[in-house]
Design a protein around this ligand. Sequence first.
Ligand SMILES: NC(=O)C1=CN([C@@H]2O[C@H](COP(=O)(O)OP(=O)(O)OC[C@H]3O[C@@H](n4cnc5c(N)ncnc54)[C@H](O)[C@@H]3O)[C@@H](O)[C@H]2O)[C@@H](O)CC1
Ligand SMILES: [K+]
Length: 479
Amino acid sequence: MRLFTAEAMRLADQKATQIGYPSLLLMDTAGRKVARALLQAYPNRRVVVLCGKGNNGGDGLAAARWMRVWGCEVEVYAAEGQQGDAKAMRQALESHKLTIRPLTDWQPTPGTVLLDALFGTGLNRPLQGFYADLVGKINQSGLSVVAADLPSGLPYVPHVEADLTVALAALKLEHVFYPHRAACGKILLAEIGMPPEALADESLPELLTPQALHALLPPRPGNAHKGNVGRVLVVGGYPSYTGAPALSAIAAYRAGAGLVTVAYPQEAAVVPPLEAVRLPVAGWSHAALKPAKAEAVAVGMGAGPSGKEAAKAVLELGLPTLLDADALHSETVEEFAGAGIPTVITPHPGEAARLLQSSAQEVAQAPLEAARTLAERFAVTVVLKGGPTVIAENGRLAVNTTGNPAMATGGMGDVLSGVIGAFLAAGLAPWDAARLGVYLHGLAGDLLARVGMLAHELADALPQARKQLAQGQVRPYWH
Ligand SMILES: NC(=O)C1=CN([C@@H]2O[C@H](COP(=O)(O)OP(=O)(O)OC[C@H]3O[C@@H](n4cnc5c(N)ncnc54)[C@H](O)[C@@H]3O)[C@@H](O)[C@H]2O)[C@@H](O)CC1
Ligand SMILES: [K+]
């Protein structure tokens, strides 16, 4: 499944028409799906539809007609000047003898539910004047609002704050990235009959779905033993950061690793889980790490100022490696890529900014671009953590669809490193290990989804998340 921009959606619409699918049919289906979703969410309420003059307004006019056909109480206020399909929808509605009132006449009526069909993906500048005031009036009305495709005004300010948004044909950036996603309320994706060919644009970012991720889960053979399902070496820790490598180790086990070894400076009081092999070292060196039995390494968690040295020692092992936290330095990443080692880096926006020599704010504002640039510049697999996390590798992008803000606590990143490390050790390619790891980590967070959860609690929820994914029980947030 792909993530669309407004422009990509316009091209998809065009392609659908080119290959013979009538656009009027798309609009009618869009209207019917929006109407159905609204009535399911707000049964037995008087509906007020507010329509703009573009195709988003056309969806609203079609929705109003279907609600009328189904015998619902519906009032319509619309801008003048519809063209093409939207004009046809206006005529179709008028043929049902429903009065269409001027948009300027609308006043909030208590108890009604609003269908916002003012603007969708066609908006190319912030709303001003009458429409800005109208959006303000909608938001202040306290009425329940259902948005057709997008809350009107997005991606700019002002915009409608919806309770429910029915995304048409595909999810767009605003349905996925915060803060815009928050304005959508609950999100439902409506299939509107678009030919699949029109939506299959491989150049767009992939949206992680349970179906796609399910297929990546490493099998657990009947004759599994701790040596053939993936052994992870966790390298990190420092006298003042003793928890980070321990958390990674717990998470690697919880994600399915067969054996986890934790290497840490002997002067640091790191307490790995009971089940891990301990490897205290007197200074970071290849020789000190060599005894560890592992198929993949996660390095840098809580390594403090010794992160670079720790990574250098890991480099010589030549194993697939995840570089996190204190191992995230330009020279280090370049060395791993230069040595041809399959490498995943997991920066948060601050660390990404350090690697890109920009600011955390710039990274957070354009995460897709930042992740893509990092992957190009360093030739590694990039996991850029955020709301949501973006994964990039060699010209391709993926966006995570699990996780929640309660996960913004210390240690969550260490847990993620352990999870991805476990999947690297199980033999997954960096692109697959990163996508599966990020998705499962977020899914475990969603199972708990309460402010105040701790990183080790999330790690403990990983087996349940994995089981749900394996059994096909995960419902994405747009269902
Ligand atoms: N085949 C298609 O094209 C389909 C499109 N659909 C709907 O069409 C929408 C996109 O339709 P449009 O491209 O017509 O765009 P919109 O309906 O989102 O808005 C465009 C209209 O707003 C005006 N406008 C743009 N910026 C403005 C501003 N700042 N202030 C005031 N007016 C402004 C434009 O002149 C135009 O009349 C989608 O979001 C979706 O709801 C659906 O009907 C499904 C099929
Ligand atoms: K809208």
